[in-house]
Every structure is written in C-alpha cells, then in structure tokens.
Write a protein that binds this ligand. Structure first.
Ligand SMILES: NC(=O)c1ccc[n+]([C@@H]2O[C@H](COP(=O)([O-])OP(=O)(O)OC[C@H]3O[C@@H](n4cnc5c(N)ncnc54)[C@H](O)[C@@H]3O)[C@@H](O)[C@H]2O)c1
Length: 385
C-alpha cells in the first residue's frame, strides 16, 4: 500500500494550546526528516531570523536494541556534534528523580537553551521521563514525543501528563506539560512484542466501549487487520483513539471534572475522569494478578459493563457486546480471568477516586457512552462470583 501520512491537531482549552499529531508509515530518513522539518525542529523562525535548534534525544534502549536502524536515522538527522543522545532502559526504574537529574545535568553541560527541545523516543516510560525533564529545563522547553509502543501512541503521549516515580508510589512527582508535537511512526510497531501490543489494544478497546460506537464497529469489523498490524487499519484506529483522548483532555486538561463543576460544556466528553473507564477495578486486577496494564484495563472495562448492567444503568447487551469485542481482539475479559472481588478490593479501597464512602466509578449507559457514577462498596458486591 502507499505510505500513510495523516495529521490531526490537538487543541487544549486552557491557554489555547494547539499541537499537531502526525502519523506516518515509515521511519526512513527522508520521511522523518520531512516531518521534523515541517514541525520546525531543525530551526526556529523568530524576530531574530532563523535560529538553529539543538535536540536532547532521550531514547528507549529496549526499542533501539530492536530497531538499531532508527538510531542511525536519528543521528543522520541530528548529528552528534550538535545534539545530545541519551539512552535509558524502557523500565519503570528509569522514571526516577535521579535519572531526571542526570539528564538535566547533561543538558546543562551541553549548553542547551530554551529554544532547543527534547525528543522523547520510546514507550510511556521514556515519554513520561522526557516530558518531565522538558517541563523543568529552563522553566520549560519543548518536548516532542515519538512514541514507540501502542500504549504511548494512543494514550501517554497525548494529554501532557509527565511524571517520575517515588519509592512511596507511581507518578507521584510530575507536571502538566503539553508536547509541542507528537510524531507517530507506524512501522515502529513491527518490532513491538505481542505482550505490549495487546496491552496498548486494551486502551483502544476502552476508547471504543466508553466513547465511540463508530470505533467499536470498526474494531469489530477489522479485528483481524488490527491484530495483523495492517498499517491502514492501525492508522485509522490510532487517529480515532488520539481524537477521543485529545477531545477529553482539551475540555478537562487537569482532571477537574469541568462538566460537573461548571456545567460549562454540554459535551459529555468534558470530564477527564471518563478516561478511567475500566481502571478502578483494572488497577486492582493488575496488582492482584500481575497482568499488564492494558490487559487489566480490558478486564476492568468488561467488569464496568457488567456492573452497569447489574445496576440497570445500561442494557445487558452492552456487557455481551463488550465481551464479544474483547474476545475478538484477544484481550482478557471478566469471564476468562478467574478473578475474585476479595483479591481486588484492597487496591480499590486505595483508589484516588474514592470520595467519602463512594467511588467515582465510570459506568456505561450504552456502547460508546460512559459517565461518572458514584457507587458504594455494597454495589460492588453485585460482582461477587
Ligand atoms: N502520561 C500519561 O498520560 C500516561 C498514560 C498511561 C501510561 N503512562 C505510563 O506509561 C508507562 C508504560 O508505558 P508502555 O506501556 O509504553 O511501556 P514501556 O515504556 O515500559 O515499554 C515497554 C517495553 O517495550 C520496549 N519497547 C518500546 N517500544 C518498542 C518497540 N517498538 N519494539 C520493541 N520494544 C519496544 C521498551 O524498551 C520496554 O521494554 C508507565 O510508566 C505508565 O505510568 C503514562
């Protein structure tokens, strides 16, 4: 097929920020060079005329191990004499304040300015770390995300959340820092292990069930192509997912629940908490049964559908439909994981969405229509098996 090249602009309400998400098919130097050039990464044009820009490229060593050609391409586009290349392992341990300080130290030594930028090439770990560092350097420099996992493409690179971990918990130290651009290269997914691909697909499944009957139908009809990583099918699914996440984030960048507080928007997307569909129980499942994040989210989504049906908030067919699609996408579900409420509850009790004795639970009204609904722990007993 001919090369895919799509562009979508993500707009954030607060501060009127807009940034492009560019999806291209291949990582050839000519194609990437053209995209980077159009994004103004090689030079900026201001009152002082054209000023050359330098890059601090923070890359995922696991990804580059699988795709050494990408490092060669990046070095061709950003020669070593002017730019900084820093590899970090794509593992949670890399999201530390010590690693961030080390990178910041290298940037200071190299004399980077605020006109320069950080290019974060990797999965969610590298994106969160690169974004965090960029939010701090000289009180904030541009970060451009080049996500390499499906999860990073559809989720973590969009929305401006950056963070490192603390021994007391995940993502406890961080900042909101919207990217200057996101560049998605489809052929990066070729080397992604099935395990990580399926985990990203869990988040795509969440977008379909919670936000978009059209994406739901598409996934149902094109499950084989998506699982076969067909570029056209992936491009479609990626852009739909990015459009959904960016629409939610645009209206509620900082998870304040805009609709709830001000009734300012009639859009039912105006509440970032909706992105937590499947996550309340999903987090518990992830911890209790050591399942990858996105897989646990998929189970959580099917459980949210079941609870919504039991509470008579949605028709029972929503549960059946979500189970069918999850199965077609080879995701785990409520039925095929032998899970127990008692194993999961201890984690749910620590959930940030707990207000008093009520959980702000994301429920379903129908396929593609989610909403936040307060539930009690007694309600959760409906899930007892
Ligand atoms: N900022 C946000 O809004 C947000 C949202 C969701 C998750 N996150 C964060 O994202 C992180 C998880 O991200 P992830 O799932 O992308 O995992 P990851 O970054 O840990 O990467 C998973 C593994 O895949 C390897 N890898 C990456 N791309 C590859 C490729 N194309 N081919 C072969 N191997 C490749 C990595 O080296 C790593 O071993 C977590 O730290 C989570 O907190 C952030």
């Amino acid at each position: 097929m001919s090369g895919v090249r799509r562009r979508l602009n993500v707009r954030i309400h607060r501060d009127d920020v807009t940034y492009p998400v560019v999806v291209c098919q291949r990582s050839r130097a000519t194609e990437l060079g053209d995209v980077f050039d159009k994004l103004g990464l090689f030079e900026s044009r201001g009152q002082m005329g054209r000023v050359k820009r330098r890059a601090c490229i923070v890359y995922d060593e696991g990804f580059i191990h699988a795709r050494p050609d990408v490092l060669r391409t990046l070095r061709k586009l950003f020669p070593l004499r002017d730019n900084l290349f820093l590899g970090v392992p794509g593992a949670e341990a890399s999201k530390s304040i010590f690693k961030a300080e080390k990178i910041l130290g290298e940037m200071i030594k190299a004399g980077l300015t605020r006109n320069d930028f950080c290019l974060a090439v990797g999965g969610g770990v590298v994106g969160d770390l690169g974004g965090f560092v960029a939010s701090l350097y000289h009180r904030g420099m541009d970060v451009v995300h080049v996500p390499t996992t499906l999860l990073a493409m559809v989720d973590s690179s969009i929305g401006g959340k950056t963070a490192v971990n603390h021994p007391e918990g995940k993502n406890l130290i961080g900042a909101f820092h919207q990217p200057a651009a996101v560049v998605v290269v489809l052929d990066f997914l070729d080397s992604l292990p099935d395990f990580d691909f399926q985990s990203g697909l869990g988040e795509v499944f969440k977008y379909a069930v919670g936000f978009s009957p059209a994406l739901f139908r598409y996934l149902d009809r094109h499950a084989e192509q998506v699982l076969g990583r067909d570029p056209a099918a992936l491009a479609h699914v990626l852009l739909e997912s990015v459009a959904i996440k960016s629409e939610v984030v645009r209206r509620d960048e900082r998870e304040t629940g805009v609709a709830r507080l001000h009734l300012a928007s009639r859009s039912r997307f105006a509440d970032r908490r909706l992105l937590n569909l499947g996550h309340t129980i999903g987090h518990g499942i992830e911890k209790a049964y050591a399942l990858p994040h996105g897989m646990a989210v998929a189970v959580g989504v099917t459980i949210a559908a079941k609870l919504s049906a039991k509470l008579k908030l949605c028709p029972i067919r929503c549960y059946d439909q979500s189970m069918n699609l999850a199965t077609r996408l080879l995701l785990r579900t409520d039925a095929d994981l032998d899970w127990r409420l008692k194993d999961v509850l201890p984690y749910v009790r620590r959930d940030k969405k707990l207000v008093g004795d009520r959980l702000q639970f994301v429920c379903l009204k129908n396929i593609g229509h989610s909403f936040v609904h307060p539930i009690t722990f007694n309600d959760l007993k409906l899930l007892e098996r």
